[in-house]
Design a protein around this ligand. Structure first.
Ligand code: FES
Length: 102
């Protein structure tokens, strides 16, 4: 388990997200009302970049074919994806966002 610094808190405004890199792992990091959520950047349909998806409340829409995921749980909200995305624990410390990589 490694705790990796992936962003500054001010890099990601509330209500938005983006792709960040934690070592080898590409992560989609979202800020919802000051709480950060991290999921795998790769959509479980065919690998679309979820960090580039549109965030509406707690749901991100994959930019490739429109699958929707709850970024607070990783669960699929809308097809064509059928499998949830992996979630990662986040931590905020001294103005920085950290993600736990297993
Ligand atoms: S790759 Fe995400 S919906 Fe197809």
């Amino acid at each position: 388990m490694a705790l990796v610094r992936v962003a500054s808190v001010e890099d990601i405004a509330s209500g938005t997200g983006r792709m960040v890199q934690a070592g080898e792992v590409a992560i989609a990091l979202f800020n919802i009302g000051g709480t950060f959520y991290a999921i795998d950047n790769r959509c479980t349909h065919v690998g679309g970049p979820l960090g580039q998806g549109r965030l509406s409340e707690n749901v991100v829409t994959c930019p490739w074919h429109g699958s929707r995921f709850d970024v607070t749980t990783g669960q699929v909200i809308g097809p064509p994806a059928r499998r949830p995305v992996q979630m990662y624990e986040t931590r905020v410390q001294d103005g920085a966002v950290f993600v736990e990589i297993p």
